[in-house]
Ligand binder design. Sequence first.
Ligand SMILES: Cc1ncc(COP(=O)(O)O)c(C=O)c1O
Length: 429
Amino acid sequence: MTIVEQPKASGTTGGAAPRGALDAAALRADFPILDQEVNGHRLVYLDSASTSQKPNVVIDAVSAYYREYNANVHRGIYTIGEKATAEYEGARARVARFINAPDSHEIVFTRNATEAINLVAYSWGRANIDRGDAIVLTEMEHHANLVPWQLLVQEKDGDLEFVPISDDGLLRLEVFEVLLHLKPKLVAFTHVSNTLGTINPVRQIADMAHAAGALVLVDGAQAVPHVPVDIEALGVDFYAFSGHKMLAPMGSGALWARRELLEAMPPFLAGGEMIREVHLRRSDWNDIPWKFEAGTPAVGDAIGLGVAADYLTALGMDAVRAHERELVAYALEALPRAVPDIAVYGPMDLDLRGGVIPFNLPDIHPHDVAQILDRYGIAVRAGHHCTMPLHERLDLAATARASFSVFSTNADIDALAAGLVEVERIFRG
Ligand SMILES: Cc1ncc(COP(=O)(O)O)c(C=O)c1O
């Protein structure tokens, strides 16, 4: 039987975290999907904010689970069942290490960030939000960190307030300060914007919110794959993220929350696994985190998430961030040079921006842009990127979006720039 090995990324130098930027060109060999042509061209994948590609170590770990020790967890008194349990719980420890969570029991496996946020909205929210209570969100939230709170306040007759953004896509903290006079019970916001790339000052916002008596939930879906995340240093109460955006399988994700919050929260989904004792008319709950993991979990996906976390750690999250910062700098120069009338949105300060480039070409719908780019094997996203209110605020119907990951290179950006020249040639003749 193969033990799931600690992954080694081929772009790293030995076991130590590399200094400086990644060798993304070398790393690409770890991602088999990139080695193909689409419509007769090299696949240029620039949609990692939607979902990232997966390295061999993750694919192999999931495959090894199904080939060698597929069994349910926490039940089988037999060898492969015990191994499945050990690897599943080992993945929890790997994920906890990745975000520097003090206790792996504070990691609840979910299907994705959406489910993690819904867990908090249903469990903590329904127990703690009452009539007239305020929840503060921001104008840049993904629908996943908006709609669950809309449902909650509609049910409880609570109130949603929003921190506005400036024209360059930064949160207006002077308005936030005023909103805190409402004494909100919760402040929930994204760490990194999936549309603008804005990196929000989590610690500062969390300190302000706590001083006003609020709890803090952070949507880390676009942060964990791209910037170092240290839960202790961030000082938040809930942190939600998806695995599939951080090189892990679809259907993996996690909620981190402080132990005492998880212990006080009622169950979200009910059934097997989440109970200690069941009687006909009442039941007792399992300990955390299993209290929140009803039914058979996605074992192979969770194991893949643990391996992805170790893979990113081996690359070094500082190096990942440095690499993506360089890509953004290159793109912000190369794209306007190729197509001078391009409009690029979001903060222009590279320290405040992750690897996301939303853009428009005047009078060409982003769907047309994406469709023509696809003819050249270039994958970008077009639409509202699940941030309709943000697009409304920016007075945009839609945008095209290029987004990066560890395997993205300047050559990908050059291909995008050349593709956009073609888009303009086709539309403008
Ligand atoms: C900032 C942000 N939050 C939440 C989500 C939701 O992620 P998922 O669909 O994996 O639940 C996304 C997905 O794009 C996102 O970008």
